[in-house]
Structures are given as structure tokens and as C-alpha cells.
Design a protein around this ligand. Structure first.
Ligand code: PNS
Length: 164
């Protein structure tokens, strides 16, 4: 008898991973047998953290309870639908913080469905983290604001290291 593994991809830049991302990753892990966290990047653009560091920060931030069912990989210059096909994922899981995310994500979900038939599953973001994004936390941190609780502790440390 063959067992069907239900696998999803959680894509993003994760530069760096936030508490909002982690909330979605943990909830995706409860819905699927396997979650592939896909860090999609363009090697021509450096970003805040090198992609290898982003991978480490996601891996180190994952609660132990989900580590077995979640793998974290980087993909350079790839279409998300091709990543899904390569890893054997039937769905993409994304969090929606509000209407702006919805407007941004809908055309991508439809385009991805059009290209290969892959479905996108949207999870409502945790209300308490609605204002949290990688770019905003970096900006707040840069000017000395308190981002405790918005990012995992390892990310806070990594941001402090960047400033030193
Ligand atoms: O964390 P982000 O920056 O919001 O993630 C956006 C990301 C990387 C998920 C999106 O840009 C993406 O899917 N890029 C891969 C290239 C691709 O497939 N583009 C067509 C989307 S319809």
C-alpha cells in the first residue's frame, strides 16, 4: 500500500523570519504532513541577510514540536510553481494580514493556479501580528525601536550583530 504524503510549500524572502511567519509555518505543519519552507531569492540582490543565514535563522526559530515535519530550503531564480512541482507539493500556504496582502496575493495565487494547477491556501494572520513584516521590523530596529516579540530571539540577536 502506498501512503500519500500531503506536502505544502510556504514561500517567501524570509529576510528575516518574523513571528508572523512562524505562526503560519506552525499552523501549516498542523494541516500538512510535510512543509517545505522555500526561501526564494535572486542572487543578484544581496538583501539584509545572506540566504544561508536566512536558512539558519528559520531552522533555529522553528519550535521543536514541528521540526520533524518542516524542511527549509533555498531556491535561486525559480518560479514558485516549479519549486512546488520539484518538491511534490500540492499546495502553497500563505498568511494574509489584511486587505493589502489579499490584493497582493490574489493575482499570484491565480497565476500559479493557471500555470500548473497548484492551489494556494490562505491562513488569516494572527491579529496581534498584523503590523509585523520583515521590512518594518528592520526599520524600527535600525532606529532603536523595540521589536521584542515581533521576531524570534535568534533574529533579534542576528540584527544586533549586524549593527556591531
Ligand atoms: O516574502 P515575500 O517577498 O512576500 O515573498 C514573495 C515570493 C518570493 C513568494 C514571490 O515573489 C514569489 O513567489 N517569487 C517566485 C517567482 C515567481 O514564481 N513569480 C511569479 C509569481 S505568480
Amino acid at each position: 500500500m502506498t501512503t500519500l504524503i500531503r506536502r505544502c510549500v510556504c514561500p517567501g524572502s524570509f529576510d528575516p523570519v518574523t513571528a508572523g511567519h512562524l505562526d503560519i509555518l506552525v499552523r501549516a505543519a498542523a494541516l500538512f504532513d510535510e512543509v517545505v519552507v522555500a526561501i526564494l531569492h535572486n542572487p543578484a540582490k544581496s538583501g539584509t541577510f545572506p540566504v544561508e543565514r536566512r536558512l539558519e535563522l528559520v531552522r533555529e526559530s522553528l519550535p521543536h514540536s514541528v521540526r520533524e515535519g518542516v524542511r527549509v530550503e533555498a531556491f535561486a531564480n525559480r518560479l514558485l510553481v516549479d519549486v512546488c512541482r520539484d518538491v511534490g507539493a500540492e499546495a502553497i500556504v500563505k498568511g494574509l494580514r489584511g486587505g493589502t496582502d489579499f490584493a497582493y496575493e490574489m493575482p499570484m495565487a491565480r497565476m500559479n493556479k493557471h500555470l500548473t494547477g497548484v492551489e494556494t491556501v490562505f491562513l488569516p494572520g494572527e491579529a496581534a501580528l498584523e503590523h509585523v513584516s520583515s521590512s518594518l521590523v528592520k526599520e524600527v530596529f535600525r532606529y532603536g525601536g523595540d521589536i521584542t516579540g515581533m521576531v524570534p530571539d535568534v533574529v533579534l540577536e542576528a540584527l544586533r550583530d549586524l549593527k556591531r
